[in-house]
Design a protein. Sequence first.
Length: 333
Amino acid sequence: MTESRSNLVVVTGGTGYVGVMVIDQLLKEGYSVRATARSAKVKTLQDTYLDAGANLEVVEMADLVSDAGKWPEILNGVDAIIHIAGPVYHPGTTSEEIYNAAIGGTQKLLNALEGSSVKRFVLTSSIAAFFKPDFSNIMDTAVYDHNTWSEIDDIDPKEHVPSYTYVAFFPPTLFGWFVENYPVPKNVAELNGNKFVYELIQKGVSFPTWPITTIAHNRDVAKAHVLSLTAPVLPKGEKKRLIVSLGTMTWVEAIEFLKEPETIAKFKERGQDIVARLPDVSAAGMQSQYSLDTTLTENVLGLNKADYIPWKEILLEVVPNLIDWEKAHPETL
């Protein structure tokens, strides 16, 4: 492990869709980063930021639970930690396994933070934490804010007074292309939220299946994480849940925008007929009705609605990249 450095931030899950973008912005803001990654992804992350030099250190960590004994060394001299890593669904993985790994891995990290040099702890969660376990309320016309929480009663709410300040982020569905030099996934399933945008133009798909309309660019979520490292500390007792969302975008709105003359012209300049690939809006299914109140995020981070990348710009970034990706990976389709 290298020597202690000022403004040193540990990022768990550094090779993930959000994690790699957080690292990108931390490096651009002058932070030094110590990222954890599985053995197969260590070199990938190093190669993504060849110019980072001593400002990026990648530490192999196979599992947050089994490798928890590495935390004291990893946290040596660290000022802040952004905890993004978490288990994801794969065929054959049960919800119980995912839940236990998420809770167990995070708890072992929190235990290791006590007595360390860490002053700030940032956790990446999801707006899924606001929904009922069966997701039956995603069609409600409710407004969710930092006081909202899922109806889960099996977590021990024991009193805990940490030696560090903490905040949790709750992003919605994330779109946005991948950082430069990072390997783009080779199959649809690993395109993250972009796979739902791909359903707008994918052969054999009558209409996008994803029902959630609240969205954000992954770059804006990363920006919020970095801002939180220098943001004012919230008073004791105040909910430390920050929602990052630009608002809503329905698939019908997306299709109508992609059919606008100016948009069509942009694709024609690339030799692409975007209208021919779009589904008929008559095939539209139900989409979520709730909305997100980001007032606390605006007050704490100064991240206002006007600061977010608009959904139309997101589409103009993601859709052309998806078309290029499709040409480069015909074997996956």
